[in-house]
Ligand binder design. Structure first.
Ligand code: NAP
Length: 481
């Protein structure tokens, strides 16, 4: 049985507790590894190692940091097949998706920030002829990085790469449900020649290892991606210590289709935007709003396309829908399907565990892609994040109504708008309260753009130079002339 150890000061180390947590393959329900159940003492050791490494890493020239990060990107690429397989086994996602999205993005994250630091600029302000001000951007020290299970390596590298590119050292806590690619990344980071202590990875539960990080006095910065409720707990502990905090939280994203949209494209994209990664992407459009004149036709095509999605063994290249991440999470999602019926919804498709799964994955946590109609906008199923293969469909009659429906939750992460009317597209995009609005597309990502959520979907922005700004402290130097 594979044992996942902590990676501290360049070495793999067992947890002080000597305890391990089983790591389950969601597609089979079988334990495939056990992972370190770390306690605050392990986090202390990792923070101490990171603090020591910071003394020299902060002085390492940007060109050298860049070279080392590019090596990590190259090593991920060299180990592409293995990493894609590990991600799929650990999370339940189709291996084809890991190959198309997760692993390429992890490579890109390292390459992007490795080169971004070579192009970063700072500002200077002349105060008439009396003084010259210039801004230094300096790393803070030890960054605490906490990531979720849905896009394990993708989001972990989205934090590690900018943190260390900017000259910080870090202690990362991946989700206990999906530790395998983080463990492999630790090995690649050592192989790339990143000095010991610059990157430390501590495994274990959020309640123990995660909270030890958010409340650690020597960790001045926390970058957290996860659920909104956990984000509140992170704030509760990081706030009194005045840490710099970035929170990327949950979403209940609207997907608004106007009658003048390119119907074929809107349907073809709304299927993956609802069900990719079993709906376990924070950016999935979980509330579909369709303008009434095309509602029936859109729905017919949407249901027909969704029915064709291949559910099965995530290891098979042809599989499009894999397993949910855990039994507990599937129960939670099934609970919402049951609730939807109580709330007056009609299950148009799915809602059940699939029959006829291949032998290897019969014990896995699968759920059919589910489409629910007839729910009122104020119901819990229309308001709360379900984070599974479940989408609601609702007709609307005017742009104003669509905007009001889109904005009717406490979330504001992302949205999609489908229309051929340019003016309407800009007007509706400006009126929707979310960090990202896609027009006639979904999940088209440029890593230079600001990324984050409004309302309860997050605090702060990462991406491009916003990430480098977050992972550095601005200092004004004023020189009297
Ligand atoms: P989660 O339960 O909030 O956990 C996220 C991470 O925080 C995990 O590593 C978790 O550890 C850790 N954690 C749990 N409790 C903690 C605490 N009290 N203090 C510090 N860390 C703690 O979220 P999840 O279920 O893994 O991920 C799904 C959520 O993430 C969804 O809401 C989704 O929308 C959101 N998400 C948002 C974005 C975005 O960019 N906005 C991207 C992806 C996902 P353990 O799980 O190991 O206990």
């Amino acid at each position: 049985m594979k044992r996942v150890l902590n990676f501290i000061d360049g070495q793999f180390r067992p947890p002080g507790s000597g305890r391990y947590i089983p790591d389950v393959e969601p597609a089979t329900g079988q334990v495939i590894a056990e992972i370190a159940d770390s306690e605050p003492e392990d986090v202390d050791a990792a923070v101490a190692a990171a603090s020591r490494a910071f003394a020299s890493w902060r002085k390492t020239p940007a060109e050298e940091r860049s070279r080392l990060l590019l090596r990590v990107g190259g090593l991920i690429e060299e180990n592409f097949d293995e990493l894609a397989r590990l991600e799929s086994d650990d999370n339940g996602k189709p291996v084809s998706l890991a190959r198309r999205m997760d692993i390429p993005r992890a490579i890109l994250n390292f390459r992007f920030f490795a080169t971004a630091i070579l192009h970063a600029e700072t500002s200077a302000h002349a105060t008439d002829d009396r003084a010259l001000n210039y801004t230094l951007r300096q790393p803070l020290g030890v960054a605490g990085l906490i990531s979720p299970w849905n896009l394990p390596l993708y989001l972990l590298s989205w934090k590690i790469a900018p943190a260390i590119a900017a000259g910080n050292c870090c202690v990362a806590k991946p989700s206990e449900l999906t530790p395998l690619t983080a463990d492999r990344l630790a090995g690649l980071i050592a192989e790339a020649g990143i000095p010991p202590g610059v990157v430390n990875i501590v495994h274990g539960t959020g309640a123990s290892a995660g909270r030890a990080l958010t409340s650690h006095p020597n960790v001045p910065l926390i970058s957290f991606t996860g659920g909104t409720k956990t984000g509140a707990d992170v704030m509760t502990h990081a706030g009194p210590l005045f840490k710099k905090v970035s929170l990327e939280l949950g979403g209940k994203n609207p997907n608004v289709v106007f009658a003048d949209a390119d119907l074929e494209q809107a349907v073809a994209t709304s299927i993956p935007s609802s069900f990719s990664n079993q709906g376990e992407i924070c950016l999935c459009g979980s509330r579909l709003f369709v303008e009434r004149p095309i509602y029936d036709e859109f729905l017919d095509r949407f249901l027909a396309g969704t029915k064709k999605l291949a559910i099965g063994d995530p290891r098979e290249a042809s599989t499009e829908v894999g397993a949910l991440v855990s039994e507990a999470h599937r129960r939670k999602v099934e609970g919402y399907v049951a609730l939807a019926k109580e709330e007056g919804g009609e299950i148009l498709l799915g809602g059940k565990r699939p029959a006829d799964l291949p032998e290897r994955v019969r014990g896995g946590y699968f759920l059919e892609p589910t489409v629910i109609a007839g729910l009122d906008g104020g119901t819990r199923c229309m308001q709360e994040e379900i984070f599974g293969p479940v989408v609601t469909v609702t007709p609307f009659d005017s742009p104003e109504e669509a905007i009001a429906l889109a904005n009717s939750t406490r979330y504001g992460l992302s949205a999609s708008v489908w229309t051929r009317d340019l003016q309407k597209a800009h007007r509706v995009a400006a009126a929707i309260d979310s960090g990202t609005v896609w027009v006639n597309t979904w999940l088209l990502r440029d890593l230079r753009v600001p990324f984050g959520g409004m309302k309860e979907s997050g605090v702060g922005r990462e991406g491009g130079f916003d990430s480098l700004a977050f992972f550095t402290e601005a200092k004004n130097v004023c020189v009297k002339l």
